[in-house]
Write a protein that binds this ligand. Structure first.
Ligand code: PMP
Length: 412
């Protein structure tokens, strides 16, 4: 008998690993549906952070003492862990950063600064988070390059029919999100990368909403850059990474200057380390990287395929139940999607609805979700967003539906 991977996991028991889920908010039990913004942190990861600070803490790479060697080893082991998790060819393809935003800025400034010329084109999509728009706008303005955008259809998917006209040889890079943080759309990464490579463009995938939610393998996806944030996958804030294909990374000059990234420094000139250290100036987020590796261990223990399946089950249950509510407009594709449901209700403005839910202990998010152009595309000032993770339950979704039903009565 086919037994879905997710059926073998005791999801309710996993909730016990997240102390915050027992928190009360405004006197009600917390229901945390703001996972696309950041996820909660499991005890095993927190324990590793505590152990690190109690037994290992020292600066990395430059100390000739025992604690520094331990810290360096743990930090570099964490890099290997990220490389394995992403299916990178080796640890040198992983640059630690503060997260998705910093990773994309690194590419736009350091790679873009060297390889993009006036009139070259950066192709993006209309569904990009501001962090995959603004760094390219800054580059385009500085260099005189042009930006183009793949439009989004009413159903929340990309208008791929337009690609042949948009993806021309002037395009130097095609950057797009793996999973939309407002619509839940899952983009066909491999197909998009193949098409971009066919015209000689590099590809950048914004993995903020995919890295912690599904199996992700660089060899399968075939992208040149993949950016993600640890805090959206059970790790601490302030740590994330940029994956870049070794050849590409080798060709990029440094972007931040300082300690750690040099081989030798003279007063007027310096020689730089090879990647990835060339891109990690100053004391890195050592504990963060170790916490990220611990979060990866935690997620791998559950299994990313199982997490994806469980996410999908919760999301389709939520979508089905939300359709029951009067005056409900749901955004995003009907088929397979990430664990994100954006919606607008006739009864109330997204901010009022979100505040109403908060009073009942339900953490939703209301606003433009750093997707202002996408909101404009759909003719709304913003949406309310419920986003799920593996520790959420159908009972929590039922409770949200009751509260949204109450909101309809309250506001009308
Ligand atoms: N891209 C997407 C799709 C996101 O959802 C987010 C976070 N909301 C980001 C980029 C930015 O991530 P961070 O703030 O962690 O850099």
């Amino acid at each position: 008998m086919h037994r879905p991977a997710s059926a073998t996991v005791d999801w309710k028991a996993l909730r016990e690993d997240f102390p915050i889920l027992r928190e009360r908010v405004h006197g009600r039990p917390l229901i945390y549906f703001d996972n696309a913004a950041t996820t909660q942190k499991p005890r095993p990861m927190l324990e590793i952070l505590r152990q690190y600070y109690e037994h290992t803490n020292a600066n990395v790479h430059r100390g000739l003492h025992e604690l520094s060697s331990r810290a360096t080893e743990a930090y570099e082991r964490a890099r290997q862990r990220v490389a394995d998790y992403l299916g990178a060819a080796n640890a040198e393809e992983i640059v630690f950063t503060r997260g998705t935003t910093e990773s994309i800025n690194l590419v736009a400034q350091a790679w873009g600064g060297k390889f993009v010329r006036a009139d070259d084109v950066i192709l993006l999509t209309e569904m990009e988070h501001h962090s995959n728009l603004v760094p390219w706008q800054l580059l385009a303005e500085r260099i005189g390059a042009r930006l183009r955008f793949v439009p989004v259809k009413d159903d929340g998917t990309l208008e791929l029919e337009r690609l042949p006209a948009l993806l021309t040889p002037e395009v130097k890079l095609f950057g797009f999100t793996h999973v939309s943080n407002s619509l839940g759309t899952i983009n066909p990464v491999r197909e998009l990368c193949e098409k971009a490579h066919a015209v000689g463009a590099l590809t950048l995938v914004d993995g903020a909403q995919s890295a912690g939610h599904m199996p992700v393998d660089m060899q399968e996806l075939g992208c040149d850059f993949y950016a993600f944030s640890g805090h959206k996958m059970c790790a601490p804030t302030g740590i994330g990474a940029l994956y870049a294909h070794a050849e590409v990374l080798d060709s990029i000059p440094p972007w931040h200057g300082g300690g750690e990234m040099i081989v030798s420094v003279m007063l007027e000139k310096s020689a730089f380390k090879k990647p990835p250290h060339r891109f990690e100036a100053g004391t890195p987020k050592i504990a963060g990287a170790i916490g990220l590796a611990a979060a990866i261990d935690y997620l791998e223990n559950i299994g990313r395929a199982a997490i994806f399946e469980h996410d999908a089950e919760l999301t389709s249950y939520a979508v089905e139940r939300m359709r029951e509510l009067p005056g409900m407009r749901l955004f995003g594709p009907r088929g397979e999607r990430g664990a994100i449901v954006g919606f607008v209700m006739n009864a109330a403005h997204p901010h009022d609805l979100t505040t109403f839910a908060d009073q009942q202990g339900v953490a939703l998010r209301g606003g433009h979700h750093c997707n202002q152009p996408l909101m404009r595309r759909f003719g709304v000032p913003g949406t309310t967003r419920a986003s799920f993770y593996f520790y959420n339950t159908k009972e929590e979704i039922d409770r949200m539906i009751d509260i949204l039903g109450d909101a309809v009565r309250f506001f009308s």
